[in-house]
Design a protein around this ligand. Sequence first.
Ligand code: HEC
Length: 438
Amino acid sequence: MKKIIDWFDERIGIRELFGHIANKQIPGGASFWYVLGSALLAIFALQVGTGIFLTFYYVPTPDHAYASVKFIQNEAIFGSFVRGLHHWGASFMVVIVALHMLRVLFFGSYKKPRELVWLSGVALLLLVLGFAFTGYLLPWDQKAYWATVVGTNIAATTPVLGQFLLRITRGGQELGALTLSRFFAVHTYILPASLALFAGLHVFLIERIGASGTYNAEKAAKKTEPLFPHQIYKDSLFFVLIFGAIIALAIWLPSMLEPQADPTDSSYNPRPEWYFYSMFQLLKIFEGRLEIVGTMVLPGALFGGLMLLPFLDRDPMRDPAKRPAVMTATFFGAILVVVLTIVGAQTPQTAQAAALSPTAKLGQKVFDSKNCTVCHKLNGKGGAVGPDLTHVAGRHDAAWMDKFLTDPQAVKPGIVMPKPEITAEERKNLIEFLQTLK
Ligand code: HEC
């Protein structure tokens, strides 16, 4: 062993390199508070490894994606386990990124001279969310498809550029083959490369500037500990703990697969992965003309605020007890996200279709087959030419609908809505369906 190390030492000086890294001092000493960052690096490695395994089988086209994931799930050796690791790894990544950020906020570690470390961290947070969003579509099952319809609709609410951004993210007006290959390319090429770049930058900056350590200046002056062995030991313990948890979850709660995506099924109630529940709930709170508050204004304010934080908060004091403004904002911000997530989780998961009467179900078929959603939104999906029909029964009774759907022109002259080409029977069923939309 010593000979091998000598061989490398002579050529690339690994003893000096290791000594340099291992002897980095941590002001105030090692602590379990500091284990989150290295855990994120480890989970990223896990995601890359399991992700590469998944690409051995996965086919990013609408007619094969679902079957290929099903194959991974049911046939490929260790397929379900590896997919489970990738799935739970993603969830852990989001949670630990959030905890890591809260720790840095709490310790005031974003302050001068660590502004660049913080900014690269905010970029990493966005990249992690980008991973989660693009990965969700890939299995091409019902929830993947419809959650992405809602998610990409958010891009369309951007002022001026909305339709343009929608076409870029979808690769066209509708969600289809181009959306899938685009999401796949972003998820497997662009984001991993970007994340590696920014994570490298993040670690490099920390390496240059040194660990920030405790916020307690007295304690920091009294005691320091080198990275190795104290911190590395704590990091490794945490490591074992979360990898144990991810492995256990992958075995006992494997990732599921819903029925294959059906773009004609408007009754499906879309629901994103849990880490986007808060965003999803905002979409529900701000409807119609206020939609942009939930899609752009609040998220924009949150990320804008995060980026500006080290430049606004320039007081060198790091003790959380003496920084009430930032601590209060952090506290309420975190509570808000948690509450929105919990409320979002209460939304019924399955289609409302189960509760429909047989005639209303027939009416829903009429609705789906007559392209009403080209112009109308229902449950967050569809066009914006006509009004959102999600709660239309609250505005019009059956008699009004009957007159209107017999001849829209007669009720509202000059309206762009074409006269529905349906029989009287179909109209009756359609109205029965529309009357369930309260
Ligand atoms: C070409 C686009 C288009 C299509 C297709 C279309 N609509 Fe409409 N619809 C509109 C517009 C625009 C209005 C709003 C008219 C107004 O209030 O001035 C409207 C209004 C309505 C309303 C009244 C909503 C309200 O809140 O006042 C109902 C109900 C309705 N449409 C049902 C349907 C049904 C059912 C179908 C499918 C058979 C359909 N529409 C297809 C454009 C369309």
